[in-house]
Ligand binder design. Structure first.
Ligand SMILES: [Zn+2]
Length: 373
């Protein structure tokens, strides 16, 4: 019913404004370009395309400065002397080395206000990156295991998402992601609690340590989510093999694949993904930082585009991986020479692959078409 709830089943009803303020946000932001000027002549804003961010973990937006601020507010002693020492830990060797720091830093999140502040910080930065719709994952189990209640983490994030379109021009949906290195029973229990609370979630996801935790482990969870009318997405083919992507499609009935880059090792799978227009939410800077690919120059994204895959660019855990969506696009342009055409194509893919309402998608596609690029 509100403009910010761009999908089904969210029901975040507070503070969204009753006037349905469909203020087509900032429509005059990108100047009309009649011919391609030199790069230096283009205002920075002109490079920013309106996009949907479909692969984003809210806990992965905790910037070092906010970690220190929240630690101080909550009287938590951090194991780092200062910001520089914390930043020095951001050299990862693989997914697990990142996850260790990621979970450790969550210790500063204690109250609803902490979760709200983190969410607000992301949205204000994402707005500058051109994000106009965001589907945000929250890892409830990572907080429950620390003694933080479901209500605290969900309400803290949802309270800000409820007003995100008015405050930041970003429509939002909340997705509860489950940690695949924990048991399916644990995930089912938390899902039932979320449903009992009538939590404003639009869907479920599957994240954390992929290898050794295949989709087959979570078939009952995804069947239950489907029964409950929730959208379904899963990380697959980041570090795990192409067969994990196939199983996510066949066994979990997912509507999007997060990452999916290893599909390129299986031509039959690529053909299937192209035929099904299956969205793959690619996170280039994340893949480099976690050594899924050695360098950005070797990233499979150009090959994925050439194959006709439905790919979009996302930031995953931007505070840890060196940048937000705009940084990802900027790096892709400068390092692999990604064309403006492909940037626009992926921006359109992101909007079409979202769970936003048809009206919101049309609005954002029109905004993209008017962006003058
Ligand atoms: Zn992710």
């Amino acid at each position: 019913m509100e403009t910010n709830d761009a999908g089904t089943g969210t029901g975040t009803e507070t503070a969204a404004g009753t006037d349905a303020a469909a203020t087509g946000p900032d429509s005059g932001e990108a100047p009309e370009l009649t011919e391609a000027p030199e790069l230096a002549e283009i205002p920075v804003e002109a490079h920013i395309l309106p996009v949907a961010e479909l692969h984003l973990h809210i806990e992965g937006t905790l910037e070092p400065e906010l970690i220190f601020a929240l630690a101080e507010r909550n009287g938590i002693k951090l194991p780092y002397a200062d910001l520089d020492e914390l930043r020095s830990r951001y050299e990862f060797t693989d997914l697990q080395s990142f996850l260790d720091l990621y979970y450790a830093n969550m210790a500063v999140l204690r109250t609803e206000q902490d979760f709200a502040d983190m969410t607000r910080a992301y949205l204000s930065r994402a707005a500058l990156a051109g994000v106009r719709h965001a589907e945000i994952m929250l890892d409830p189990q990572a907080h429950l295991s620390r003694g933080v209640s479901l209500e605290t983490c969900v309400n803290g994030v949802a309270s800000v998402l409820a007003g995100s379109q008015e405050e930041f021009g970003i429509s939002t949906l909340l997705i509860a992601a489950f940690l695949r290195d924990l048991s399916e029973d644990s995930a089912l229990e938390v899902l039932e609690q979320l449903l009992a609370l009538d939590a404003p979630i639009a869907g479920i996801g599957l994240d954390s340590a992929e290898v050794g935790n295949p989709p087959a482990k979570f078939q009952r969870l995804f069947a239950r989510a489907k029964d409950a009318g929730l959208h379904r997405i899963a990380h697959a083919g980041e570090e795990g093999p192409p067969s994990y992507i196939i199983d996510a499609l066949d066994l979990l009935d997912v509507e999007r694949i997060d990452h999916g880059i290893r599909c390129m090792e299986d031509p039959d799978l690529v053909e299937r993904l192209v035929d099904e227009l299956m969205p793959l939410t690619v996170c280039p800077l994340s893949n480099v930082r976690l050594r899924a690919v050695d360098t950005l120059a070797e990233h499979p994204l150009p090959a994925m585009l050439a194959a006709g895959l439905n790919v979009s660019v996302n930031s995953d855990d931007p505070a840890y991986f060196g940048g937000y969506v705009d940084d990802n696009f900027a790096q892709l342009k400068s390092v692999i020479g990604l064309s403006e055409f492909d940037c626009v194509r992926m921006a359109a893919n992101s909007i079409r692959s979202s769970f936003a309402t048809d009206e919101r998608k049309a609005e954002l596609l029109a905004e993209l078409a008017a962006s003058g690029v």
